[in-house]
Design a protein around this ligand. Structure first.
Ligand code: ADP
Ligand code: UDP
Length: 232
């Protein structure tokens, strides 16, 4: 199969269908714009299964996602999208770069979820953009930006309650969108412990990539714990 793209966490392959691609989830992990690298045993299979489960859950709630089916432990068949060059981040609690940007204490509850747009550009370190920057770069029209914000907030509501039922606080997460062959705005990429901050609702224990970013230990165990709770 022709490899179309190899990223930091996944490989994208062509399929017999021009409108579908296969996404392979790797065990490789990177942080701090690729400066920190490691292999996390079982990460690929956890992220594939968790993404499949969450994308299916969103589709059941009427959202357009790229997910078609899971092919095997680390491969998903998805609709091929023309990706929008933005990362859409939604935040329910202060953490990570929002803590660093604002000085607000980590864990502070956010009443009205914060939506942010980042420029998907490794060379620039994925900088935060405001609406005017997005327009200047021609990444999305004002209408599309408003639509992305609405979709992201809808997804947030659905995922927040999904995780809370499993004793997990959805602190923040990143989404990527694109357009399918029919030109429909569609949720792509993955939703996993790599792309979400997930805290145990009782203990506050980090069950996500922050264990790797911050050398907290127990990385593989945290990913397995998210898998166990998401699949139940
Ligand atoms: P990165 O490019 O940030 O290193 P990954 O390793 O996750 O990230 O690579 C996966 C790539 O596939 C990303 O660039 C993502 O935008 C892209 N992608 C995700 N879903 C689709 C899709 N349905 N069709 C085409 N490309 C996709
Ligand atoms: N995120 C991601 N990919 C990125 C940047 C961020 O999946 O390239 C996710 C990250 O896991 C977190 C949320 O987006 O759940 C917000 O990340 P933040 O801006 O705090 O950046 P970080 O400090 O994690 O790099």
């Amino acid at each position: 199969m022709v490899l179309l793209y190899e990223g930091k966490a996944k490989r994208v392959y062509a399929t017999e269908s021009p409108t579908q691609v296969r996404v392979e989830f790797k065990d490789s992990a990177t942080a701090f714009n690729g400066q920190k690298k490691a292999e996390i045993g079982g990460k690929g299979t956890v992220n594939a299964a968790v993404s499949a489960q969450l994308l299916t859950h969103l589709a059941n709630h009427g959202l357009a996602t790229h997910f078609v089916k899971q092919l095997d432990a680390r491969n998903l068949l998805v609709e091929r999208l023309t990706m929008i060059g933005l990362e859409v981040v939604v935040r329910n609690r202060v953490a990570g770069s929002l803590h660093e940007r604002t000085g607000l204490p980590e864990g502070t509850k956010i009443d009205i979820p914060v939506v942010e747009f980042y420029f998907k550009n490794d060379a620039l370190g994925d900088p935060l953009l405001n609406d005017d920057h997005v327009r200047l770069l021609g990444l999305a029209s004002d209408d599309l930006l408003a639509q992305l914000r609405r979709e992201a907030l809808r997804i947030n509501g659905i995922l927040e309650s999904f995780f809370l039922q499993r004793q997990i606080v959805l602190v923040d997460f990143k989404l990527e969108f694109g357009f399918n062959a029919d030109g429909a705005l569609t949720l792509g990429d993955e939703i996993s412990p790599d792309t979400c901050r997930l805290w145990d609702a009782q203990s506050g224990e980090r069950l996500d990539k922050d264990r790797f970013r911050r050398d907290l230990g127990g990385v593989e165990e945290a990913y397995q714990e998210v898998y166990r709770r998401v699949m139940q």
